[in-house]
Design a protein. Structure first.
Length: 468
C-alpha cells in the first residue's frame, strides 16, 4: 500500500458557485420514477478525476478550461435533461421527477496544494471530500437538491481536479458514466455516441402492481445486528462513527497483482474437490475473500449472522433486456447471508457459493416480483436512506462490496488529456467497500474498504497472507 506524502492540511478556497442550465429548451413536467430509483441511498455519489492539462491549456487564458466545461455541459444537458430537474415527494415516501431545467450546480475552487502533494495514492478522505460540492441534506427539502453537483479545483502546479456528485435518485453508476463520457465527447468536439433512453416505463414506472409478488423478498429486510451488543448496534443505527473505545472508521486501499488474483481464483475454483460448472468470477472470488477477511478482522462470534450486500445490474436480466443507453437506476441490491464462523473456517468456495446464489436468483421473473413487492408497499421510507436517517444499511457486522470492475471509469478526456487518477471521494460507513481495476491496465485490481481503525491491520494481514 502506498501512502500520501503530504503532512499539512489542505486549504481550499471556493471562488465561485453558479447554476448551469441546458443550452436549448427541453421537455418539462412530472415523470414517474422507477422503483429502483426510490429505494436505497437517496444521496449523491461522489467521484473525483485529477488531471495535468497539456501545455496549450495552461498557456491559454485562465478561463479556457472553465469555458470548455460549461459550454459542453450546457450542450450535454439537452439530451440528458432529467439531470437538470428536481425530484419531489408524492405520498407514501414515493418520489417523482420534475423536468424543469433548473440546472446543475457548478463550483470553482482553488487549493494551496500541488498534485504531487497527494503522493502516488489518492485515498478517500476528508480532504478528498472537500473537493466535492457540499449539499445540506438536513437543511434543504428534497425538491431543492440539485441532481448533479460539479467542482473544478485548481492546484498550484497547474493541475486540476473535476469532481462529480450525482444523485442516486435518478441514475446508477453505469448511467452516470454514460453521461460523463458523452459530456467529455462533446467537450472534445465529437458527436454523442449513445443517446440516453429516458422512458422509465420499461421498468413499469408509474404503473400499478402487476399482481402479487411471486417470491419472498428478503433482500429488502434489514440486515442482521450484533447478537451480543444490542446497545452498540443501536448506536450504529443512529450514525455513530466511533465505538465506545473511540475507534474511528478509516479507509485503505489494497492492490492485488494479476498473478495474485489468478492464484485466488484458482484456489476458490479448485479447493474442496471438484470444479464448478462455471468458474467463479473475479468479483465473486474477491468479494468472498473480502467477506471472509472482514469477519476475521472484526473477530465476530462464530454464531454471528453477517450479511453481504451485492449490487446486481438488471439491464440484461429483465425480460426483455433494457434498451441500450437506459438512463436511470437498474440496480437491485441483494444479500448473501452466512454465519461468521462458517465463513472463517470453511473453504473460500463456501463464501463464493453464497454470493453466486444471491446473484443468480435475480432473473426477469424475480425482478418483476420485486417491483410488484415495492409497488404494493404503503410506504417506501423504510427502504430509503436519505443520509440523516439509518435506512437499510450494511454496517458492522455486515458489509457491502460494490463492483466497479466493468465500469468504463478511465479515459475521461475533456480535451486536455486523460486523468492521472480517478476514484471515490468518500466511503460512508464501516464495511463500505468497492473493487475496481487498476488504472494502469496491467490486470491488477484495487480494493478500497472502510473499517474501524482497530480492525484494519488485521484485515490487511488476512487479505494478503490468506492467499497461498
Amino acid at each position: 500500500m502506498a501512502t500520501s506524502n503530504h503532512t499539512k492540511k489542505m486549504n481550499l478556497t471556493i471562488t465561485n458557485t453558479f447554476m448551469v442550465q441546458p443550452a436549448a429548451p427541453t421537455p418539462t413536467g412530472r415523470q414517474a420514477l422507477a422503483e429502483w430509483d426510490q429505494i436505497g441511498a437517496m444521496t449523491h455519489v461522489p467521484t473525483v478525476y485529477f488531471y495535468k492539462p497539456s501545455a496549450p491549456w495552461l498557456e491559454g487564458t485562465p478561463s479556457l478550461i472553465l469555458t470548455t466545461l460549461v459550454r459542453s455541459l450546457r450542450l450535454a444537458l439537452v439530451p440528458f435533461y432529467p439531470l437538470a430537474g428536481r425530484v419531489h415527494h408524492t405520498s407514501g415516501g414515493r418520489l417523482e421527477l420534475e423536468c424543469n431545467a433548473r440546472g446543475v450546480r457548478f463550483v470553482e475552487a482553488e487549493s494551496d496544494r500541488r498534485l504531487e502533494d497527494f503522493g502516488d495514492e489518492f485515498l478517500p478522505s476528508r480532504e478528498l471530500e472537500s473537493l466535492v460540492p457540499e449539499l445540506d441534506y438536513d437543511g434543504l427539502p428534497v425538491h431543492e437538491w440539485p441532481l448533479l453537483l460539479l467542482q473544478l479545483t485548481r492546484y498550484q502546479c497547474g493541475g486540476i481536479s473535476l469532481s462529480f456528485s450525482i444523485s442516486h435518485l435518478v441514475v446508477d453508476g453505469l448511467s452516470a458514466l454514460h453521461f460523463f463520457s458523452e459530456w467529455a465527447r462533446i467537450a472534445r468536439g465529437e458527436p454523442i455516441k449513445t443517446m440516453p433512453f429516458l422512458d422509465r416505463t420499461v421498468l413499469r414506472a408509474g404503473m400499478p402492481p402487476g399482481g402479487q409478488p411471486k417470491f419472498v423478498h428478503t433482500e429488502f429486510d434489514r440486515p442482521p445486528g450484533l447478537l451480543s451488543d444490542v446497545l452498540s448496534y443501536q448506536k450504529i443505527e443512529q450514525g455513530g462513527g466511533e465505538d465506545d473505545e473511540g475507534s474511528k472508521n478509516v479507509v485503505r486501499t489494497f492492490k492485488l497483482a494479476k498473478t495474485k488474483v489468478a492464484m485466488l481464483k484458482d484456489m476458490v475454483n479448485h479447493e474442496g474437490g471438484g470444479e464448478q460448472q462455471r468458474p467463479y468470477s473475479t468479483y465473486e472470488t474477491l468479494t468472498a475473500h473480502v467477506w471472509k477477511c472482514t469477519c476475521k478482522a472484526r473477530d465476530l462470534s462464530p454464531e454471528q449472522p453477517t450479511a453481504l450486500g451485492v449490487s446486481v445490474d438488471s439491464r440484461s436480466r429483465t425480460s426483455p433486456p433494457l434498451p441500450r443507453g437506459y438512463f436511470g437506476n437498474a440496480i437491485l441490491d441483494v444479500k448473501a447471508l452466512a454465519l461468521s464462523g462458517e465463513l472463517t473456517t470453511r473453504p473460500l468456495k463456501y463464501a463464493a457459493r453464497k454470493i453466486r446464489e444471491a446473484i443468480e436468483k435475480v432473473d426477469g421473473e424475480f425482478l418483476d416480483s420485486a417491483i410488484d413487492f415495492l409497488k404494493s408497499q404503503p410506504d417506501l421510507r423504510k427502504y430509503q436512506d436519505f443520509g440523516s436517517s439509518p435506512g437499510p444499511f450494511f454496517e458492522y457486522p455486515n458489509l457491502s462490496v460494490i463492483s466497479w470492475l466493468r465500469l468504463p471509469l478511465f479515459g475521461m478526456d475533456f480535451g486536455w488529456g486523460k486523468e492521472i487518477h480517478m476514484g471515490p471521494a468518500s466511503h460512508d460507513f464501516d464495511g463500505d467497500s468497492l473493487i475496481m481495476a487498476s488504472q494502469n491496465g496491467d490486470g491488477s485490481v484495487v480494493v478500497a474498504i472502510s473499517l474501524r481503525e482497530d480492525h484494519m491491520e488485521s484485515f490487511k494481514k488476512c487479505f494478503y497472507e490468506d492467499i497461498m
